[in-house]
Design a protein around this ligand. Sequence first.
Ligand code: CP
Ligand code: NVA
Length: 312
Amino acid sequence: MSDSTIRHFLDLEKQQTETLKEILATAHSIKDARKTSRMTNILQDKVVALVFDKPSTRTRVSFDVGVRELGGMPMMLTGAEMQLGRGESIPDTARVLSRFIDAIMIRILDHHAVEELAEYATVPVINGLTYYSHPCQIMADIMTYEEHRGSLNGKTVTWVGDYNNVLTSWLHAAEHFDFTMRIAVPEELMTDFSVIDRLRSRGVRIEMCDRAEDAADQSDLIITDTWVSMGDEDAEHRHNLLKPYQVNDRLMGLAHDDALFMHCLPAHRGEEVTDDVMDGPQSVVFDEAENRLHAQKGIMAWCFHQANSDIK
Ligand code: CP
Ligand code: NVA
């Protein structure tokens, strides 16, 4: 059963604010040190399983490279190749992997599966995206904002588009980093208010807007994501609902002059975002992608009790 001394990274909501800040400080420090040397020995002799039940470019490559550069050994596994794909239970998979492996990063749509894996594993488990949340992405995004504009404290962050896993982790982040989260999501796609209600009850500032234009007004950061996430089926209907929520130059023009644009990628250019915005001066999408590497090194260092801002 779960051991509270094992450091899992499952959701920003479950973490202490100080932990997230420590991880980010480590990430900035590791990124800086990498200009001189790519290699560290933080994960020396450790094997990290990278389990993918769904496609990935950024998460897959950044974790693989990250583990290697920390001196560890990545082991890439896909759900379909494992007995997991033939029905072996999550608890048994957790128990078996824990006998061989030092940490597990997993991408699987079923969020409960990740929580169950962490409950039964005796090694750290990292959430590499579920249908519910994507915490590693938002750590990289916050790191990116800090690099370009400093602290998010007191800022207004706008989400325009679908209600999905990336938004859920941004909502969680608002509690730790003390910014106002403003969202414009079509009413029909707002199927679950439980996260918003819970966070609001703890004083988190979340504003709901009917129109994308109202959400973008005087904002410091505009974020969107694909209109059809992995696991979504009603693509055509979603496209029709989400057309008014495209991020384009007109929408960016309503935000502060120094507002940034973020997208976790992969983007569907011409749908949720135009080329002009993606390739424009306010876009930091490729910095976000790069920072997956550095932020996840910070997360892994923390999982192995190695995080601190002086790390090199
Ligand atoms: N942003 C992100 O998680 O990208 P991948 O799906 O390519 O891993
Ligand atoms: N919301 C997207 C994120 C992909 C990184 C999805 O779940 O497909």
